[in-house]
Every structure is written in C-alpha cells, then in structure tokens.
Ligand binder design. Structure first.
Ligand SMILES: Cc1cc2nc3c(=O)[nH]c(=O)nc-3n(C[C@H](O)[C@H](O)[C@H](O)COP(=O)(O)OP(=O)(O)OC[C@H]3O[C@@H](n4cnc5c(N)ncnc54)[C@H](O)[C@@H]3O)c2cc1C
Length: 509
C-alpha cells in the first residue's frame, strides 16, 4: 500500500513513540480488501522494528488485531482503517504499546472497574467523522481492561454483514452481539450507559452554585468561562458537552480560525472550560426548573441542583418531519447526518426532505455516493442559496419535487419508500427507496421549561439584551433563545453576555 508521503512522514514520527513491541495478527484472504490490508500492515512493520506481523485466522477476514507480545489486547480492525479511522489505528498502536491514553484518572478508574465480559463491535464508514470518537473510546477501554474487547468493522468491506444486521446509520455499536448505541458517543457516555456514572444523591449533595449553566455547547461553555473568571462558584450541567458542533464537519466562519472541524472545536471548548474551577456535570439532562429561595434544576435521574442564578443554553436539535415511519425507522433508513450515513446507501436510491441550505448541501453530497436522490420540498420553491441550487440542478441523478408534503415513510423492518402528496392537486406519489435524510431545520431544546418562562411561538426563550428571561436570576443564551441568527460565534457572544448579566444580578441581589 502506497501511503501518501506526508502521512508516511507523520506516521514514522508517531511510530518512534512506540513504547513496547507489538504483534499485528492478520487474518487475510485473497480478496482486494485483504490485499490492501496486508499491504498496510506490512508497510507499518517495515517502518518500525517494534512491529511484527503474524498470520492467523480471526473471526472476520480481512481483519487484524493489535497486541502486545504474548498478550491479546482485544483491539481489532476489520477492513482497512484508513480515511477518518487512520488516527484510530495510530492511537491504538501507541496505546497498546504502553503509551497512556489522554483521559482523566477518574475515567481510567471507571474503565478498570468494569466487570464481566464486554465484547464491543462498531460498524463504521471511513468517511464518518463521528465514528473515530467511538472507535477510539472503545479501543482505550479494551487496552485498559482485559474484560473488554473491541472490533471496528468497516461497513463497506463487510456489506453482507451490514445488510444482515440492517445497519443503516453509523457508528452502530453492538455489545455482546446486541445493539448498544448509535451515533457519536464519548467514553463518558459509554461508561454512563454501562452504569458507571455518578449517582443522583452525589449530585444533590453538591453546594449551591452562584451560576449554574444548563447546556454545554458553545453558548454554555462561553457562559461558564465568563462566570468562573469572576471568581464565583460555577457549575455546568450538560446532556452532551459540545452540543451541535459535535455533529458538524467543517467550520470556516469561526472568526480567527480559518478552518476547523466540529469535534476539534468541542475538544478545545472542553479544554478551555477545564482551565477554570468549573464543576462540569456531563451526560446529565435537566427536566425541570423551579424558582424558590434559590433556583432549583431537577435532573432526569432525580437529582436536584441549586443555584443563585441559572443560565439556560440548551441549544437546538434536528426538527422531525413527524410523519408515520420516521420514529419507527430511525437508524433503519431514516437518517439526519449525510456525512456519516451517506456511504451506507452507496448505489441505492434515497430522498432528502428539505430544500433549504442544509437539505441541498446534503443532496449534492449524497448524489456523489448514491444512485439517485429525490429532494422533497414543502414550499413551491427551494429556499437554498442560488449557488447551491445551480450545482444541484447540474447533477444527473437528482430529482427535485417542490410543493409536496411528505405523507409517510414506508417499510417493514427498514425503509423501503416514501409517499408524498402534491399540495395543489392532492395527487399521491410513492417512491421506492432505501433511505430518507431529514433536513428541515432545528427546534429549540426548551420543552422542559413549559409554563415556566416566556417563550415565543416556536419555543425560543425570549431574552432581554443582557440575556435576562422573565424569571429573575434566570438568563438564557444561544440557539435556545430568540436571537436573530444561530451561529457558533453568536452563541458564544450571547453566553458571555448572559454570564455578565448574571454576575451583575448577583452584585445587586
Ligand atoms: C450540521 C450543522 C452545521 C453547522 N455549521 C455551522 C458553521 O459552520 N458555523 C457556525 O457558526 N454555526 C454552525 N452551526 C450552528 C451552530 O452549531 C450552533 O449555532 C451552535 O452550536 C449553538 O450553540 P448553543 O450552545 O446555543 O447550542 P448547542 O450547540 O445546541 O448546545 C446545546 C447544549 O445543551 C445541552 N442540552 C440540551 N438539552 C438539555 C437539557 N435538557 N439538559 C441539559 N443539557 C441539555 C446539549 O447536550 C448541548 O450540550 C451548524 C449546526 C449544524 C447542526
């Protein structure tokens, strides 16, 4: 395998950091993927005297496991881990060789505490930007705990297996052959799902905060940092630290950073937050807010956190199309992330619901992979920018249906079609296809505040120019508010504003 010269140069630097000898146990056949995998493995061995290769028979062919000499570590790659998974391979080599993974000691302790056999398998696509996080997290767990094993499986190399299991969204994680999770999961999320997180009592016993931020996206992170810099007791409770940017591929308008990737920016946010004395409670979902002497935030696990002020920054989530079939076939043909799940529909027919910028970008992206894309737009015209429309209409394998209401996503155990209705004539059309990508915008995550504070018609929290809401001491920031535009830099600005607003409130009350 001829690795690109730049990659080879970088790889050679990394391989110098190996701390112990490694054996790559390879199970190869005579197929093309086996050949590519063998070439990659042999190239690795040729670049470091610490790496040797042994031919064996593993559960899957082609695959290879990464082991210490005389010790199986349980880290296996089925297929060729290039593309987005190349970093996972490099990290696995380093960590199996003895280099400590970059995770907190508390996380290491939780991993070591896992009892019983845990055999994880993750189906990925090499173009999925959410998959490496899962692969790397589970590899770390395998390296640290002999009861845990993990196999990354490239869906494109194991098409039959993927079809048999109806894997239509990646990463798809299985534990002991049963479905465990879908989509990006951090190591903390995996541990929480295994029941290794903090208890409700531990959380309820925490002292009241001066500022408690609910939500850990760009707005929440910014609010927490601004509050902590005032030297006041600050906490942040988030369902999923990082927020929407975890699902964003390329970011080119975060001023002063020419280009970055969402997960990279999320990691930078976390690092910045950790620079301060901020109590981060990740993977905890708020379900209620009540103003008593202090403001109380009730969490889904029953814990109650108290604070003098609260900043709500719970952001937004994908809007559902709310037709029969959408919930039933989520991850079984109904998808929301074209970058992640597009490759699973290679050579098949799909639909994109939504003709705004995100819908048309998705359609253009998918048209390069799938056989045919049907774009369904509710309004008589597409709303996407002219330049995107032009590109879309230049593609030979796209049909645009305008002024059409989606009626149903059909299927038995997975999606097999979509039915839409012409809004003028009432005529119904059914299209047979394998996947539906829903791209119709976002809704604010404010349902849990129902009846508590003033929100507008679409559920956004109405805020004053200092971020204040209709409850004294409760502030809000970011995509969950009625701000004119939803962007990272705007959310961060409003997070900062809300924190300064809260600090001002604390001084006066
Ligand atoms: C695909 C995509 C691409 C994008 N590309 C760009 C771009 O290129 N440039 C740009 O500027 N913007 C982009 N955006 C928009 C940008 O990501 C958002 O404006 C920004 O993330 C909003 O930040 P936020 O902190 O307000 O909310 P979010 O990022 O939504 O974060 C909300 C936080 O609150 C948490 N939360 C939600 N409900 C609860 C609850 N009940 N309890 C506790 N925690 C909760 C979430 O887990 C999360 O931590 C993109 C968005 C998407 C979806």
């Amino acid at each position: 395998m001829a690795l690109d010269a730049d990659i080879k140069a970088q790889l050679s630097q990394y391989l110098q950091m190996l701390e112990g000898d490694l054996v790559l146990k390879v199970s190869a056949g005579s197929d093309k993927v086996s050949e590519e995998m063998l070439a990659l493995v042999e190239e690795l061995a040729s670049m470091s005297p610490r790496i040797s290769v042994e031919k064996v028979e593993l559960a899957r062919t082609p695959s290879f496991s990464v082991n210490r000499v005389g010790e199986e570590t349980g880290v296996t790659f089925a297929g060729v881990p290039l593309g987005h998974e190349f970093t996972s391979l490099v990290l696995a080599l380093l960590q199996v060789s003895g280099r400590a993974p970059k995770v907190d000691q508390s996380v290491i302790d939780q991993i070591k505490n896992i009892k019983g056999e845990h055999h994880f398998e993750t189906y990925v696509s090499l173009s999925c930007h959410n998959c490496p996080d899962v692969v790397q997290a589970l590899n770390i767990m395998s390296v640290l705990n002999p009861n845990v094993t993990h196999t990354m499986i490239d869906g494109a190399a194991f098409k039959e297996e993927v079809e048999r299991k109806d894997v239509l969204a990646v990463p798809a994680i299985y534990l002991n052959a049963e479905p465990f999770g879908n989509g990006r999961m951090s190591i903390e999320e995996i541990l929480a799902k295994l029941g290794e997180g903090p208890s409700a009592d531990t959380l309820s016993e925490k002292d009241p905060y001066d500022v408690l931020v609910v939500g850990g996206g760009p707005a929440g992170a910014s609010a927490a940092i601004y509050a902590a810099r005032k030297g006041i007791r600050t906490g942040i409770v988030a369902e999923r630290f990082g927020g929407q940017i975890l699902d964003t591929l390329s970011i080119e308008n975060f001023i002063s950073v020419k280009n970055t990737e969402g997960p990279k920016l999320a990691a930078a946010l976390e690092e910045h937050v950790k620079e301060y004395d901020i109590d981060v409670m990740n993977l905890q979902r708020a379900k209620g807010l009540e103003k008593k002497d202090l403001i109380e935030i009730e969490l889904e696990n029953g814990a109650v956190l108290k604070s003098k002020t609260v900043i709500i920054s719970t952001g937004a989530r994908w809007r559902n199309v709310n037709v029969p079939g959408e919930q039933e076939f989520k991850n079984k043909g109904v998808a929301y992330c074209p970058h992640c799940d597009g490759p699973l529909f290679e050579g098949k027919d799909v639909a994109v619901i939504g003709g705004g910028n995100s819908g048309i970008e998705a359609a253009i992206d998918l048209a390069g992979i799938v056989k045919h894309v049907t774009v369904i737009e509710f309004m008589p015209e597409l709303k996407a920018d002219e330049v995107l429309q032009k590109r879309l209409y230049s593609l030979p394998n796209v049909t645009v249906v305008k002024n059409a209401a989606t009626k149903e996503i059909t299927g038995t155990d997975k999606v097999d079609g979509i039915t839409y209705v012409d809004r003028d004539t009432g005529e119904e059309t059914h299209v047979e296809l394998a996947g539906v990508f829903v791209q119709i915008g976002l809704v604010p995550n404010t349902d849990w505040l129902e009846g508590q504070l003033e929100r507008n018609r679409i559920g956004e929290i109405i805020v004053e120019k200092n971020g204040a809401t209709t409850i004294p001491g409760v502030f809000a920031a970011g995509d969950c508010t009625d701000s004119a535009y939803n962007q990272i830099i705007i959310s961060m600005g409003s997070g900062a504003t809300a924190a300064l607003g809260a600090f001002d409130y604390l001084i006066r009350n």
